[in-house]
Each structure stands twice: as C-alpha cells, then as structure tokens.
Ligand binder design. Structure first.
Ligand code: GLU
Length: 491
C-alpha cells in the first residue's frame, strides 16, 4: 500500500503573509487534497532575530480566508505536534547530539569576533567566505579548555571534504553539488535553537512529510539537507522547488515591499491587503492556483473541486510566472458577477461597515442589481453608493446642466417634487411619471435627469438613477430635491 501523502507548509513568522507564500501554501493544499492526504501547517519560529509574533494571526487568518484549512497544526493539533518549532527544541538538541556522537557533527567554540575577522581576511584575499573548520579536529584537551572557559558552543555539520552531493528535485531534476563548495553549516546555535536546516530536516522526518514544496530560492540549501538526511539515515521526502513569481513586467521578482506601478498606484503584495482591497477569496484562489500551473492553454476559471481533481505537482511550470494584477482584477469582477444576490449583498454590507458607512442588508440587497456590473472589487462599492447612506454636499452650480439656466433648473426640481409626491416608486413607475415631465418642460432627458441625478446623489455620474431613487425611497428623494431647490435659489 502507498504511504499517505503528507504535505506541509512551513512559514517563518517574520512579517505579513506575502502572496508568494500563499501560492506555495495553495499548491501544498491542492496536492494534499488531490491525493486524499494531509495538509500540515508548521510554524518555523526559530530565527529569534527575525521573529514577529504578530505574523502568526495574520498568517492563520489569511490561510483560512483562502479556504486553505490545515489538518494538523496550530489551533487544530495533531499527533505529530507540537507544530511550533520553538516548542520542539528538545528534538533538535537530541538529533544534534546524535550527529555529534556519530561523528557527523562537531562542537565549534569560535567566537563571533574570530568569525568576523576570518570573513574580513577572506574578503581581502578575494576568497569566498566560509568557516575554516578550525574546531573540526580539536583535541580532547582543547575542548576541555574551551568548556572550562564557559564558552557555549554551536554544533556544525562535518560536511564531507570531497565528492558530490546529488539533489533530485521533482521540477528541477538531478543537480550535483561539489562538496568542496559547501560550508560546515551551523545546526544548533549557542542559544539552543536550531538553524532552519536542522529544524526543517528533523521536523519533516518526524512529521512523516512525504512532499515538500517551497520557493526555488531554497534550492541551494538542498545539498545541506541531503547530507543531513544521509547522516541521520533517513529517507528524503520528494521536493518540488517552485518557480519564482515575477512582477507584472516579468523582469524582477515580485517584491515584498510596495512597488509603484507605471500609473503611480501601489501594487499590493500581502494577502491581508488583497482582502482589505475587496478581492474575493475564491477569485484569489483561482488566480493564485494559476500562477505557475494551468489545466491547458485556455481555461481561466475553475472551481475549487476541479483544481483538486486536476492539480499535480509534476505539471507545475519550470519557468517563472508573472503576477498579472490586470488578470486578477478581471477575474475578481467575474467572480463578483457570479455571486448570488444575497451573498454579494452580505459581503458588500460588511465592506461598507468596515469603511465606516452604516448600511442595512435590505438596502444593500436592493442595490446589488444596480452595482454588480460596476464592481471590480468589493471595495469599489463604498465610493459607488455611499451617498445613499450619508448626507451629500455639492456646489449648487452642479445642478445646472448644459444649455439650461437657473430658472429652468428650478423648474425641473419643482416638477419632480410635485410628480414624485404621488408617483409609484418602482423603476418603471418612476420612469412613467418623469418622462412626460421632461417633455412638458421642453427639455432633453439628459438635462432633466442630469439635474435630478445631482440633486439625489450629489454627483454627475452614478449607477442607474431610477433604480437608485427607488431604493432610496420617496421621503429621502423628496427631501433631497427640496434641499437642492433651496440651495439653488440661495445661490
Ligand atoms: N521556513 C521557511 C520559510 O520561511 C520554509 C522553507 C521550507 O519550506 O522549507 O520560507
């Protein structure tokens, strides 16, 4: 029987969760789901200099928002826990000691000053920097002296001095590394915390991980990991180093910092920013799953279930993929249009509340047919309809339309005020009431409704006016027309 597929996502909590990390997590999740396996979340928090606890809730929220629920990990548990590396220090110490005992690792007592001086010397001599293995063959006596001085050693891997280390990667194929180019890397630091390399190898083994995906920037660490697996006598999981995500121009790596695009707007890079900017998680999921993977050369929209059915790591693209914000916007707008009215109304209501505009569900639901075609993101709703819920202000002159004057404009407002007092208020009834008024005053529809639009919304451009008036209701509309009239008279 085949082994259960166990895929882990192992982020380091150093800052906000980046979309590149989300793409990796998504591929992990899809691969696990495709194989009826387990998706495991492990927090790699052993680099205490870069550790940022606020990154953890941000990460967990982002994964949940994308629907990437984990089977084992923080707040879920599992039999391979704990899932925070800082709670697993005893394991790393145990295996570091085992490596020392078997002669694969050694204690190094070199001070930071010595290492800095060594690096400076190497730089001056134009040699590549690296540890000179000073402590690799210490005598018993030297060790005793260092210990007597109370120096806390680190533990380093004794990398073979010659030969090659072979890395087999699912996407990159077979790569050979010359052992002479490898440094005796630190495994356990003097504070008792492991380095990334020791932590990741020990945990992937103990958690019985079968498949590892990560960004290709980690490929150069692979020979170190292979040597560790060999030294510990463990079987290597399958690895797939994912291609880099490029910025929209396709030239540079998608940055972790904000980048200005050509039109001066800022590109979003963190998952929470996309969420706050009104992207739907289902659009983000669909989009990210296709950064570096595709079903064929034409399919753009896929359901989550279809991704699960078709996804395979073997078919992940070998070349870097650009992150197209335009494609994401287009996809998001399509997902918004595909939502049921109630679902969309609920999301829009929450978006407006978050923007500080008080709304109610029934009004949002009534507005949905008027706005859904105009939304690229949920966030667009606020500027589109905030006047429905808030007082409006505008200069009186805005009421006066092209080729009309103040008197005609006052007449429009008076005619509407009278006609709307008794009119039915659905869109068709409003249309039937007001069209004859336009003719009666000898005006163009553009002039009459242009004035009315400003009176009701405070703007010259808005979603369909009759629809809005119907949603806003007779009292509000009559009041706004009254205010417009007084404003204009006083001007
Ligand atoms: N903790 C590493 C990171 O922050 C994960 C690398 C890996 O997946 O092995 O990205």
């Amino acid at each position: 029987m085949n082994k259960e597929v166990r895929v882990r996502f192992a982020p380091s909590p150093t800052g906000y969760f980046h979309v590149g990390g989300a793409r990796t997590a998504l591929f992990d999740w899809l691969y696990a789901r495709h194989n009826n396996g387990k998706f495991i979340l492990r927090i790699e928090d052993t680099d205490r200099t870069r550790y940022n606890p606020a990154a953890i809730p941000d990460l967990l929220d982002a994964l949940r928002w994308l629907g990437l629920f984990w089977d084992e990990g923080p707040e879920v548990g599992g039999k391979y826990g704990p899932y925070y590396q800082s709670d697993r220090l005893h394991f790393y110490r145990q295996y570091a000691q085992q490596l020392v005992d078997s002669g694969h690792a050694y204690r190094c007592y070199c001070s930071a000053e010595r290492l800095t001086a060594l690096r400076d010397e190497q730089r001056a001599a134009k040699l590549s920097p690296g540890y000179d293995r000073h402590c690799r063959c210490l005598t018993q006596k030297q060790v005793q002296d260092y210990e007597a001085q109370g120096i806390q050693p680190v533990i380093r891997l004794a990398v073979p001095l010659e030969g090659i280390t072979v890395v087999e990667d699912l996407l990159r194929g077979r790569i050979e590394f010359d052992n002479r180019q490898l440094d005796d890397l630190v495994l356990l630091k003097s504070d008792g915390f492991p380095t990334y390399h020791l932590g990741v190898v020990v945990d992937d083994h103990l958690m019985e991980i079968t498949h590892i995906t990560r960004g290709e920037e980690w490929l150069s660490s692979m020979p170190k990991h292979v040597l560790l697996y060999q030294a510990l006598g463990w079987e290597m999981p399958v690895t797939a180093h994912l291609p880099t995500i490029l910025d929209p121009s396709g030239h540079g790596k998608l940055s972790k910092r904000k980048k200005q695009s050509a039109d001066g707007s800022e590109h979003l890079t963190y998952v929470h920013e996309f969420r706050e900017a009104g992207y739907l998680p289902e659009a983000m999921f669909n989009f990210l799953a296709m950064v570096g993977w595709s079903l064929d050369d034409k399919t753009e929209f896929m359901e989550r279930e279809d991704f699960i059915r078709h996804f395979s790591l073997e078919e992940v693209s070998r070349s870097a993929a650009a992150f197209s914000y335009d494609k994401l916007d287009h996809m998001n707008a399509a997902y918004i249009r595909s939502l049921g009215y109630n679902d969309l109304a609920g999301r829009l209501q929450r978006t407006m509340l978050a923007a500080g505009v008080k709304t109610d569900f029934a009004t949002m639901l009534a507005l949905v047919p008027l706005v859904r075609e105009r939304l690229e993101t949920l966030e667009d709703i606020t500027s589109l309809v905030d006047f429905v819920f808030q007082e409006i202000d505008y200069p009186a002159a805005l009421l006066i339309q092209d080729k009309t004057d103040k008197l005609q404009t006052l007449a429009i407002l008076e005619s509407a005020a009278v006609a709307l007092r008794t009119s039915g208020f659905d869109e068709t009834e409003l249309e039937q009431t007001l069209r004859p008024e336009v003719e009666r005053l000898g005006l163009k529809a553009r002039q009459y409704f242009g004035c009315l639009r400003v009176a009701c919304t405070g703007r010259t451009v808005s979603p369909p006016l009759m629809g809005l008036m119907s949603v806003m209701g007779r009292d509000t509309i009559l009041k706004r027309i009254q205010v417009a009239h007084s404003k204009l008279e006083a001007s």
